[in-house]
Write a protein that binds this ligand. Structure first.
Ligand SMILES: [Mg+2]
Length: 269
């Protein structure tokens, strides 16, 4: 006999059964701008030092990565919130190439600036989790959900961040940059997580902060996609074009499970 679905999410009074919840990392579990903009600025500063350049080149490079040089604002539809590190290196290389630097020299300089900036960065100082992340994930595990993480960040950095936040053990599957191709917004990352856990896309919910996340979830045929605003840089109106629902915060998500109902029933006794 097939066991009936006992876990799910609620939205506007409607119950959507699901067994697996896949989260994006940057902008969803951790604050995107606080976590990434200082690192990108550090990469640019090291590159400028190597190039012996200043102001105009700085603005050009920041714009290439989708950061406004005056306000520091991240373009939500630029490369920064979605691109794997390898793509970001190519973007910087192309920007320098367009300024007259040979391609090979450009790539070498950009890669070196990335390596040096990343090595000098203390994850525990730069990562700012969204409020309530840890308690939400612990509760979801206790209530019987499977949890996946789909990120375009590197494995080494992802493991460091998850360890720092103390949430790594809560995920049943973590997929990072280069481990599944093509990356998000292609649906393959999401589908790969479903396959590894033997869960159908129709029994899976995706929670992310970018149009690319929502698009990946929709194209994968998932049961529901939630866009969250709190830690991301994408405006509500952009997310609403693709997501099934947009919420301000992870704390606005409502989950149900028979374990939860059982516990509530016990508490009443
Ligand atoms: Mg994100």
């Amino acid at each position: 006999m097939i066991r009936s679905m006992v876990t799910g999410v609620e939205w506007k009074g409607k119950r959507i059964p699901c067994r697996l919840i896949i989260f994006d990392k940057d902008g969803t579990l951790v604050d995107f701008a606080a976590t990434w903009v200082p690192l990108i600025q550090k990469r640019v500063a090291l590159l400028l030092k190597a190039l012996e350049k200043g102001g105009e080149m700085e603005a050009l490079l920041l714009r290439a990565w989708g950061i406004d040089p005056d306000s520091g604002r991240v373009d939500p539809r630029g490369p920064c919130p979605v691109s794997p590190r390898s793509e970001e290196i190519v973007i910087g290389t192309a920007a320098l190439y367009q300024q007259g630097y040979p391609w090979d020299v450009s790539k070498q300089m950009v890669s070196r600036a990335f390596d040096e900036a990343d090595a000098a960065t203390d994850h525990t100082k730069r990562v700012r989790p969204v409020a309530g992340v840890s308690s939400l994930l612990v509760r979801l595990k206790q209530e019987g959900f499977l949890l996946g993480l789909a990120t375009n960040d590197e494995r080494v950095d992802t493991d460091a961040v998850l360890a720092f936040l103390g949430i790594g053990r809560l995920f049943d599957v973590v997929v990072c940059a280069g481990e599944v191709n093509p990356p998000k917004p292609h649906p393959e990352t999401v589908l790969a997580i479903c396959r590894r856990l033997s869960v159908l896309p129709g029994e899976t919910v995706f929670v992310g902060d970018t149009v690319g996340d929502m698009s990946a979830g929709k194209r994968a045929g998932l049961a529901f996609t939630f866009g969250v605003l709190e830690g991301g840089v994408t405006p509500r109106e952009e997310l609403e074009k693709v997501a099934d629902a947009v919420v301000e915060s992870l704390r606005d998500l409502v989950f149900f499970s028979d374990r939860q109902m059982g516990r509530r029933a016990d508490e009443k006794c």
